[in-house]
Write a protein that binds this ligand. Structure first.
Ligand code: PHE
Length: 361
């Protein structure tokens, strides 16, 4: 083997031995760079005879090209290997199960409210709202609630610290002030439903200091007790989805309605279980509504002439009807913000409130 062959073999070996693109680049500079042996030989060609140049020039060029080719193909191989190693190291395991996404649930109070509003919406009631913090006039005075009425007492109602003019604001004790607010700004005929939070200083198995009510108000020239009965009956049967749900209207008293009634629905209690419906007469009754004909004094307080207009109103407790329909035993659990409870009693977001069987049967 002559020197030239030895040089080529050494360089090809160095190319083959380089283990990375970076070390191959160092080999390339060494083998083909300006200071490399081949470049030196090429430079010296100028000092040789024509004969020798003709013989050695092509020879050097061939060696140079072979080494260039060897470097090029080694480079491709090394790049492929490096890419392969990178892909293997950064591989995503698509067979891993996905991280569970928390799915929200609709709170039973929201669900019950949606159902109630859907039913009254179908009876063409409009939704009205009022503030949670009320003044004495809207919560009591305009509703004909006298100063000595128990609802006005400190231990029943949450009063806010006194205003400068001596008046006191309250957390509304019922949704009835929305009746007053509506009648003050709209003239009859009126047909509204007012859902919202209400507050009383009460806390035990069956009472929480904050709870929800839905108020209904109809005022026109002809509304009478029969309409009230029909409306409440239709609602109860649609909401509980029991076409022949027994109802009972029991005389009662509210300062803002005259006459007043309490509405009971029929239920059966058996082996500690409560079943809505059944034969009211042979079973039990459950109170769910307060209602009556709007008191003339309330109409007057709202500048509506009681000789021309009359109306009826009703109020229902949302927690109560939600507990009854969805079988939730303890009122206080509604507001404990326990996710396990919500997962159990909550509703999927796509449960669209239906009008139930009561209306269509
Ligand atoms: N506001 C009454 C209550 O909270 C319910 C009611 C509303 C009664 C409308 C009659 C008419 O108990």
């Amino acid at each position: 083997m002559n020197d030239l062959e030895k040089l080529e073999q050494d360089l090809l070996q160095a190319v083959a031995a380089s283990g990375s693109v970076a070390s191959l680049e160092a080999v390339r500079v060494d083998a083909l760079g300006k200071k490399s042996s081949i470049s030196l030989l090429m430079k010296r060609l100028g000092g040789l005879s024509l004969e020798e140049r003709k013989e050695k020039g092509p020879l050097y060029n061939k060696i140079k090209r072979r080494i260039e080719q060897a470097i090029e193909s080694r480079k491709v191989a090394l790049e492929m290997a490096e890419l392969g190693a990178k892909l293997a190291a950064e591989r995503v395991d698509v067979t891993l199960s996905a991280r569970p996404e928390g799915e929200g649930r609709i709170h039973p109070i929201s669900q019950a409210l949606d159902e109630v509003l859907a039913i009254f919406g179908a009876m063409s009631f409009a939704v009205a709202e009022g503030p949670d913090i009320e003044d004495d006039f809207h919560n009591f005075t305009a509703l004909n609630i006298p100063p000595e009425h128990p609802a006005r007492q400190m231990h029943d109602t949450f009063y806010l610290p006194g205003e400068r003019d001596g008046s006191q604001l309250v957390l509304r004790t019922h949704t009835s002030p929305v009746q007053v607010r509506t009648m003050q700004i709209q003239k009859p005929p009126l047909r509204i439903i007012a859902p919202g939070r209400t507050y009383r200083s009460d806390s035990d198995m069956t009472h929480t200091p904050m709870f929800h009510q839905v108020e209904g108000l109809v005022v026109d020239e002809h509304a009478h007790m029969g309409h009230l009965k029909g409306c409440v009956t239709e609602f109860c049967r649609a909401y509980f989805e029991i076409a022949d749900l027994p109802l009972r209207f029991r005389p009662s008293f509210f300062p803002f309605t005259e006459p007043s009634a309490e509405v009971d629905i029929g239920c059966l209690r058996k082996d500690g279980e409560l079943k809505i419906g059944g034969k009211g007469d042979s079973g039990d009754w459950l109170e769910i509504f307060g209602c009556g004909m709007v008191h003339p004094k309330v109409l007057e307080a709202c500048s509506i002439d009681p000789h021309t207009y009359q109306g009826f109103a009703f109020g229902l407790g949302v927690e109560r009807i939600a507990m009854l329909k969805y079988g939730i035993p303890d009122l206080r659990t509604f507001f404990e913000a326990d996710l396990r409870w919500l997962r159990h009693y909550g509703f999927a977001a796509l449960d669209i409130p239906s009008l139930g069987g009561g209306l269509s049967q």
